[in-house]
Design a protein around this ligand. Structure first.
Ligand SMILES: [Zn+2]
Length: 579
């Protein structure tokens, strides 16, 4: 607690006594920091004051201390770095929480390790119950599984060790799943099962399914699991969902995320989030894109639009579709075939008329459109749909429609983002995670011209946002920020460094530009009096610490709506880099 003598107030503030008496007092003051506001009219400051859930003042220590009284809580920042809270631009909130409740396969260095992990879990799981895991990635394994089909493992070994449990292991990208024999039997999948449109069941030479299900084919197994889940008691399901929300909230707050753009939830998930918001159980502010069938959108969109529900914690005003898959799983829809899979140009996972219909429904109901597109063909098709819609439904202000990922672009399409005010909703960390296989899939020319083309997009005048696609990647914004400003892989190689962002561009992509992409730039994304008091205090100054120091940076405080939502327990541990 820090209280100021009245005399100091009079000296610090030149206003007449009458005005001074009316000056609001702060609930919380943070002083003695290095503050980057992201507000061009006052880019730097050393203190800020908060009243209720809003920012009251930003300025020098003296200016801001004038807002305190005996009741004000004061935090000495001790030279630490304060910035607007990170806005996660594209991730999956419930998926993040749920991923923390299943087997984490991301650290496995071989397929055998995963088989072992699952076999261990089987010992602890009652027979007949599902064993689920997530995060495997064949490109990250030290050696090829044996046997394998095109680099993918076959189910034999896993199925032998798990004869009594259905097993479903989701790929790190979320665009592919692995099932054991038990799960395939439950789903009625055998040699005769046809791959559904927009998906593929992988087979061995004899025509037997090997357990790998790409894109829409995942539904064959996923639906059986969902059916079994639905048999649980409603209270049990609700408890599990609330637990996932709690885990996701804590994980975000620990890592400095104060707002989260959820890239695709069904109407029933929105009901759940609404319930959590009204019970004040959302730790971070959510901006939700609805992902559901066109039939459901048609009837329910008018009833679900909400802005700032539950004390500004839940906004639903966007729709999400996916037109292709992911590059890692050869699902990205390309203009020309894959270099390492010459008989395929990827997968188109939703028809153009169907995506166009979604866009029409969005226009009619005042929703923003967000379409997942990774390959250059997918991006071109989505830009074409947007262009057609903008022509048919002109608007005097930009609609701010988004392309989620926008990873691999034909050079001719890059300028269209700027010209059409289409937001490139990208993930810095995907660039360095994927860089190991991008040149294999696309070849060097395509990789150089349009892979994660941040500078080219910014030059076109486009807004580029940032995020992690969690649980595909760790939700940690510092790792994505590092990838964004270095494009450096673990082995030291830099992936087309001419496209990396400057520190300030990267900060924008994670704050004010992300806010813009959700129509929230007047509420958050910069530290300006009147905006929500969502901020983060870090141990290093992200504008000028060394690249390595970015990864060592600690989150000291995460403050949401003026309340300390996370505080590092052992502040003594913090070793600040002062360069
Ligand atoms: Zn996603």
């Amino acid at each position: 607690m820090k209280c100021l003598p009245a005399a100091f107030l009079l000296v610090a503030c030149c206003s007449p006594v009458l005005l001074l008496a009316q000056q609001p007092t702060a609930d919380l003051i943070l002083v003695g920091g290095r503050i980057v506001t992201m507000d061009p009219s006052r880019p730097k400051a050393s203190a800020m004051a908060v009243k209720g859930d809003r920012i009251l003042a930003v300025g020098s220590n003296d200016e801001v201390l004038a807002y305190g009284d005996a009741e004000t809580r004061t935090i000495e920042l001790q030279g630490n770095f304060l910035m607007p809270g990170f806005i996660e631009g594209h991730a999956h909130f419930l998926g993040l929480g749920q991923s923390m409740m299943m087997l984490n396969l991301a650290g496995a260095e071989t397929w055998d390790e995963i088989v072992e992990q699952v076999a261990e879990a089987a010992k602890l799981t009652p027979p007949g119950e599902w064993i689920v895991g997530r995060g495997w990635h064949q490109s990250k394994w030290k050696n090829l599984p044996s046997p394998n089909v095109g680099g993918y493992p076959t189910d034999a070994q896993l199925s032998e060790l798990t004869p009594n449990h259905p097993v479903l292991l989701t790929h790190a990208s979320g665009h592919m799943s692995f099932a054991n024999a038990y799960a395939m039997r439950l789903a009625g999948v055998d040699e005769t099962t046809q791959s559904p449109a927009g998906g593929e069941i992988l087979h061995d030479d004899s025509g037997r399914p090997i357990g790998v299900f790409r894109e829409t084919a995942q539904g064959l197994i996923g639906r059986v699991r969902a059916r079994d889940e639905a048999k649980r008691r409603p209270t049990e399901r609700m408890e599990q969902s609330m637990r996932a929300i709690e885990l996701a909230s804590q994980e975000c707050l620990r890592k400095g995320v104060t707002s989260f753009q959820d890239a695709g939830s069904s109407f029933s998930t929105v009901d759940l989030l609404k319930r959590a918001a009204s019970q004040r159980k959302l730790g971070v502010r959510l901006y939700v894109m609805i992902r559901d069938s066109n039939n459901a959108l048609e009837t329910l969109l008018p009833k679900y639009k909400m802005i700032g529900f539950g004390g500004d914690f839940l906004t639903v005003r966007a729709v999400k579709r996916s037109i292709d898959g992911a590059l890692g799983a050869h699902g990205a829809w390309l203009l020309a075939p894959y270099d390492d899979l010459p008989n395929s140009a990827g997968l188109n996972t939703a028809t153009i008329p169907s995506v166009t219909r979604t866009a029409e429904l969005a226009v009619q109901n005042g929703y923003q459109v967000c379409v997942h597109a990774i390959g250059d063909r997918a991006n071109r098709e989505v830009l074409d749909i947007y262009e057609k819609m903008f022509r048919e439904y002109p608007s005097s202000i930009p609609r701010r429609w988004r392309i989620e990922h926008a990873q691999h672009l034909h050079p001719d399409d890059i300028r269209r983002f700027g010209e059409m005010d289409v937001i490139a909703s990208m993930q810095g960390v995907h660039c360095t995670s994927d860089a190991v296989f991008v040149p294999k899939r696309l070849g060097m020319r395509r990789s150089g011209e349009g892979a994660y083309a941040w500078q080219s997009l910014l030059k076109s005048g486009a807004i580029v946002t940032n995020g992690t696609d969690a649980p595909v990647e760790d939700v940690n914004p510092l790792a994505s920020f590092y990838a964004t400003v270095t494009r450096q892989l673990a082995d030291g190689v830099t992936f087309f460094p001419e496209q990396k962002m400057t520190r300030m561009q990267a900060l924008r992509s994670y704050t004010i530009d992300c806010a813009y992409a959700a129509f929230e730039e007047t509420e958050k994304g910069s530290l300006v009096p009147g905006k929500l008091a969502d901020l983060v205090v870090l141990s290093n100054d992200l504008t000028n610490c060394s690249d390595e120091a970015i990864l060592e940076t600690k989150v000291l405080y995460t403050i949401v709506g003026g309340k300390i939502a996370f505080q590092l327990e052992d502040m003594e541990q913090v070793d600040r880099s002062d360069n």
